[in-house]
Design a binder for this molecule. Structure first.
Ligand code: SIN
Ligand code: FE
Length: 289
């Protein structure tokens, strides 16, 4: 297997250039790793590095485009400071992506920015939500019709603990492994799910297959162990970027991370043929959206 991780030495959010090899690697599903690029917290902000800051009923603390903060338990003054910290990460992540991938430009749609203070090792969850199992990201309630999920992550752990990921095999290999056992798409079932408001819009065949891959990967204990994979400790004070709908990934350990999701229409990629939509369409042999 080709190296799945590409290391980039740049240490400044504003000076990462649009390098063809990096762009190709990212769009091929590899992870761009910036070991020297840190999201620095001020001394005042460091007090937000506690799991108590999160409302236990909510998975992650998040800040949306309008500046609305969700999921934090703190005084109003602290909430404002926390929002400013998350906003600063949001701006940095956008600057990085604009420098690295100028063609995406105004086609990018920014999702809320998240701050994840929970310790991964001890988090208990259902198999479907368990990101300690290799998977590709797919949203059960929000069909995206092939739109890309680009993510920027920063490990802000103050004690130097790495964010330990496993990175699996290329998307096409995953798809060839699991497509033969995917349940067939049913249009009437998709309509029922929409009517019951399980999904926010009609689940396309693409969205169905992505969920099938996500679930089948997580449920297959042997695959989790035996699939070709690499353990990657993303160091404290580092950043990494990947298309999480394409990169097979799992998080095994770590605490305190910032995350920005950016959505991108497939046709704005440098190479739309490398997208999961194009790969699945080719493998299945008919249009999926
Ligand atoms: C995930 O997208 O699977 C979670 C990544 C992480 O929490 O490090
Ligand atoms: Fe994930």
């Amino acid at each position: 297997m080709d190296p799945q991780i590409i290391e980039i030495p740049h240490a400044d959010w504003h000076s990462v250039p649009a390098n063809d090899a990096w762009i190709r690697a990212l769009e091929a599903g590899k992870v761009l790793y910036f070991p020297n690029l840190a999201f620095d917290l001020t001394t005042t902000e460091k007090r937000f590095l506690t799991p108590e800051i999160r409302d236990p009923k909510i998975r992650n603390i998040s800040l949306d485009a309008t500046g609305h903060l969700k999921g934090a338990v703190a005084t109003l003054t602290d909430q404002a400071q926390l929002a400013a910290m998350i906003q600063r990460f949001r701006a940095n992540a956008r600057t990085l992506i604009d420098g690295l991938l100028p063609r995406y430009g105004d086609a990018l749609r920014m999702a809320p920015t998240s701050f994840r203070p929970t310790r991964v090792e001890t988090r208990s969850q259902s198999w479907r939500a368990d990101d300690r199992r290799l998977h590709v990201d797919a949203f059960p309630s929000r069909p995206n019709y092939g739109e890309r999920i680009l993510r920027v992550f920063a490990n802000v752990n103050p004690e130097g603990a790495p964010r330990e990921w496993r990175v699996g095999e290329p998307f096409e290999t995953v798809a060839m492994h699991f497509l033969p056992r995917a349940k067939p798409y049913s249009a009437w079932r998709a309509r029922l799910l929409q009517m019951a408001r399980v999904t926010k819009s009609l689940r396309s065949e693409y969205d169905h297959l992505m969920l099938q891959l996500h679930d089948a990967m997580k449920l297959d204990v042997d695959y989790q162990q035996d699939a070709e994979q690499l353990a990657v400790p993303f160091q404290a004070g580092s950043v990494w970027v990947c298309f999480s709908d394409q990169t097979s990934h799992a998080v095994m350990a770590g605490q305190y991370m910032m995350e920005q999701t950016l959505h991108l229409p497939v046709e704005r990629q440098y190479d739309p043929a490398s997208s999961p939509l194009a790969i699945l369409t080719r493998l299945v042999g008919h249009p999926l959206i």
